[in-house]
Design a protein around this ligand. Structure first.
Ligand SMILES: Nc1ncnc2c1ncn2[C@@H]1O[C@H](COP(=O)(O)OP(=O)(O)O)[C@@H](O)[C@H]1O
Ligand SMILES: [Mg+2]
Length: 308
C-alpha cells in the first residue's frame, strides 16, 4: 500500500541536550487510522510536531505526499490538519469565525457551507456564534477539531484527543474519526490509552523512550503476541493430573477444582478440541469452561517490560 507519510532517520535533541527521538523510521499508509501508542514522555508530541513543522528535527527526512517538509513547508502543511494536545483557543473569536479564519490561513477560498457541515458534524452548530472562551472544555476540544478540519486536510493528526474528556465525547470523537477515515482521510492519533488504540486503530506503533519499538497491524499484533487461556471448572476434585495430559502443561488449582490451559494463538500447543477429547478419555468431567484472551494492555505492558 502507498505511503502518505515517510519518516526516515528522524532524531530530535532538544536545546537542553535531551534526546527525545532516536532514528525514527515509519511509513503511514494512505487512508489508515494509525495509533501511536506510548507512555507520557515517550516522544509522541515531539514526533507529530516535527511532521507538522512546528518543531525542527535534528536529523532525518519527512515526506508528506512526496513533498519534503523542510523544502515544501507550505504545501505539506496545507495537507495536514492538527488537533494539538493542549487546549488553545482564540478567546474572543466566535466559533464560526475561528473556523473560517483557520481555513483562510491555508489560502483556501471561503466556503461557509463546508464550515457549517464541519460544525454540524461536531455538534457545534448551535454554538456557532458563541465566543470560544464561553465554551466548556469538551466544546473547546470539538472546536479545535473543527478548526483543524476547516481547510479540508487529507491527513489529520490528533494528539491525545481524548485525554481528560468524558465518555460521551470520547465516543463521539471515535465515531467522527471513523467517518473521516471512510471519507478517505488518513488519521494519525497519539494516545496513552490502550483501549483507544484497540478500538480505533488499523495499525499500531508503539513508542517508548524516543524509539519505535514495534509497528504492526492491530489484528496481527493481538494474534502474534496474544495469549489465550481456557479455565475448566471440574465436576470432581482432582488430586493429581494423569500423565497422559502432560503435554498440555495444565495448571491445577490448589483446591483441585479448576484446571487452566494456556495456549498461545500461534498454536504451538495443541488446540482446545484435542484437550477436551483427552480429558474425556481420562474420565475428567467439567461443569463449566471459560476462555480469556489477553488484551492489548497485557501485550503492551509485556513489551515495555521486555525492552527495559
Ligand atoms: N521543548 C523541550 N525541551 C526539552 N525537552 C523537551 C521539550 N519538549 C519535550 N521535551 C521532553 O521530550 C520528551 C518527550 O516529550 P513529548 O514528545 O511531549 O512526549 P509525549 O507526547 O509522548 O508525552 C519528554 O521527556 C519531554 O520532557
Ligand atoms: Mg504528548
Amino acid at each position: 500500500m502507498q505511503s502518505v507519510i515517510s519518516i526516515s532517520g528522524v532524531s530530535k535533541t532538544y536545546a537542553s541536550g535531551f534526546k527525545a527521538l532516536e532514528d525514527i523510521n515509519l511509513e503511514i499508509r494512505r487512508g489508515e487510522i494509525f495509533a501511536l501508542l506510548g507512555p507520557n514522555g515517550a516522544g509522541k508530541t515531539t514526533l507529530i510536531s516535527i511532521i507538522c513543522g512546528i518543531v525542527n528535527r535534528t536529523a532525518g527526512t519527512v515526506l508528506v505526499d512526496g513533498h519534503d517538509i523542510g523544502r515544501d513547508y507550505r504545501t505539506t502543511r496545507s495537507l495536514i490538519g492538527l488537533v494539538p494536545q493542549e487546549l488553545t483557543a482564540d478567546m474572543w473569536e466566535t466559533v464560526f469565525n475561528a473556523c473560517a479564519y483557520s481555513r483562510g490561513l491555508f489560502g483556501k477560498s471561503a466556503n461557509p457551507g463546508y464550515i457549517e457541515k464541519v460544525l454540524r458534524d461536531l455538534s457545534l452548530w448551535d454554538k456557532r456564534d458563541a465566543k470560544s472562551r464561553q465554551l466548556s472544555g469538551g466544546m473547546k476540544r470539538r472546536l479545535l477539531i473543527a478548526k483543524a478540519l476547516a481547510h479540508e486536510p487529507r491527513i489529520l493528526f490528533l494528539d491525545e484527543p481524548t485525554a481528560g474528556v468524558d465518555v460521551e465525547l470520547r465516543h463521539d470523537l471515535w465515531e467522527m474519526v471513523r467517518r473521516l477515515r471512510d471519507d478517505g482521510v488518513t488519521i494519525i492519533l497519539t494516545t496513552h490509552y490502550i483501549e483507544e488504540a484497540e478500538q480505533m486503530a488499523d495499525r499500531i506503533g508503539i513508542i517508548n523512550g524516543g524509539k519505535i519499538i514495534l509497528v504492526e497491524d492491530k489484528a496481527e499484533l493481538m494474534r502474534k503476541l496474544g495469549r489465550k487461556q481456557l479455565v475448566l471448572e471440574l465436576r470432581e476434585t482432582l488430586s493429581e493430573l494423569p500423565s497422559q495430559l502432560d503435554r498440555y502443561k495444565l495448571e491445577r488449582s490448589e483446591d483441585g477444582k479448576r484446571l487452566t490451559y494456556i495456549y498461545d494463538t500461534k498454536a504451538e500447543r495443541p488446540g482446545i478440541a484435542s484437550l477436551l477429547r483427552d480429558l474425556d478419555a481420562a474420565g475428567i468431567g467439567f461443569r463449566d469452561l471459560d476462555t480469556e484472551q489477553s488484551s492489548l494492555e497485557d501485550i503492551f505492558v509485556g513489551l515495555l517490560r521486555e525492552k527495559q
